[in-house]
Design a protein around this ligand. Sequence first.
Ligand SMILES: Cc1cc2nc3c(=O)[nH]c(=O)nc-3n(C[C@H](O)[C@H](O)[C@H](O)COP(=O)(O)OP(=O)(O)OC[C@H]3O[C@@H](n4cnc5c(N)ncnc54)[C@H](O)[C@@H]3O)c2cc1C
Length: 332
Amino acid sequence: MTSILIAGAGPAGCAAAIGLARRGHRVRLLDRATFPREKACGEGLMPAGVAALGRLGIHVEGVPFQGVRYHHEGRVIEGAFPHRQMGLGIRRLHLDAALLDAARRESNVRVITGVHVEGPIFADNRIAGVRADGEDFRAALTIAADGANSILRHQLGWDASPRTKRHALLGHFPGPPAEWVNVYLDDPQEVYVTPLPGGQRLVAALGEAPHIPPRFGEPIEPVRGAAPLAVRAKQRHAPGCALLGDAAGNCDPITGGGITQALLSAELLAQHIDDLAAFDRAREAMLADYRRLTAGVLTLTKYPALLRPALTVLSHAPGLFSRLLGVAGGNA
Ligand SMILES: Cc1cc2nc3c(=O)[nH]c(=O)nc-3n(C[C@H](O)[C@H](O)[C@H](O)COP(=O)(O)OP(=O)(O)OC[C@H]3O[C@@H](n4cnc5c(N)ncnc54)[C@H](O)[C@@H]3O)c2cc1C
């Protein structure tokens, strides 16, 4: 049994805590927030993420969607997930609270919320835990799952400077029921619309100067911002510590797989907990196609002259479109 400290109780941290506790490890899970709390996110969970939640035994109310509908210059092109798989539109407010509750139910997990992690502590040339609210929390292994703006990654000197000027605005709006995530490729930004329970939809505008178009009406709550949209880490593990989820580097959310990748990475971490280098190799292999797809989609949105023919090809090749959505959806 290893004593493990996890900083950050988002999807990555909670899923790791549950997976590790079920393998017999003793886990402390720290978060600065008190839950339920909001998180700026497109709120579309891809099919492999839905399956990962199922493996954790977690059920969250959501709106199933069968794929993505792209709107461009008056055309609508539909891509369904392969094998009739379904994604789920979910409020992060509820998903993250359900994950934390599930972690709390594990007898080997101690959850501490409302505590700010300030940085790592060191002993014998290894990372030996974290300092949080002026107190030292020691553990054999520290997992930094503290999100895209990870303070632990920063304090360890593992930040790689972000290369994107893109940011996002997101808000909840009233909306009709829908079975698709709708994506409006409105040069120079993309607008994502995810169906949510309770007659709501999440509208996210992504770009260098995003704005939520007035056609969506008045938001239910104030619109939030999110930046940067892609971060990288120079290093992802060292003796006594590993980065997990967005803290380890993330892709632009244009392909909408961040929560899914966080849940799947947490499963890999639990499998490889005794060999962090093997964990890192397995995660990089899992993410390779997803990263290529995201880079490809971003290039298309940057060059509208390429986007038009690409959408025409996809509209004539539903099988290819479906396979690409499968990659975005978390299929290997
Ligand atoms: C605009 C946008 C749209 C997105 N759309 C989607 C989408 O539709 N589908 C999808 O799957 N993904 C989407 N994502 C990505 C998704 O939100 C992330 O990939 C996912 O939240 C990563 O989970 P995580 O657990 O690694 O980090 P987070 O969810 O960020 O959790 C990190 C946790 O760490 C805590 N924390 C941070 N700092 C500290 C500290 N110093 N001390 C203690 N606790 C701390 C935070 O309170 C938080 O609870 C989107 C992201 C953005 C920005």
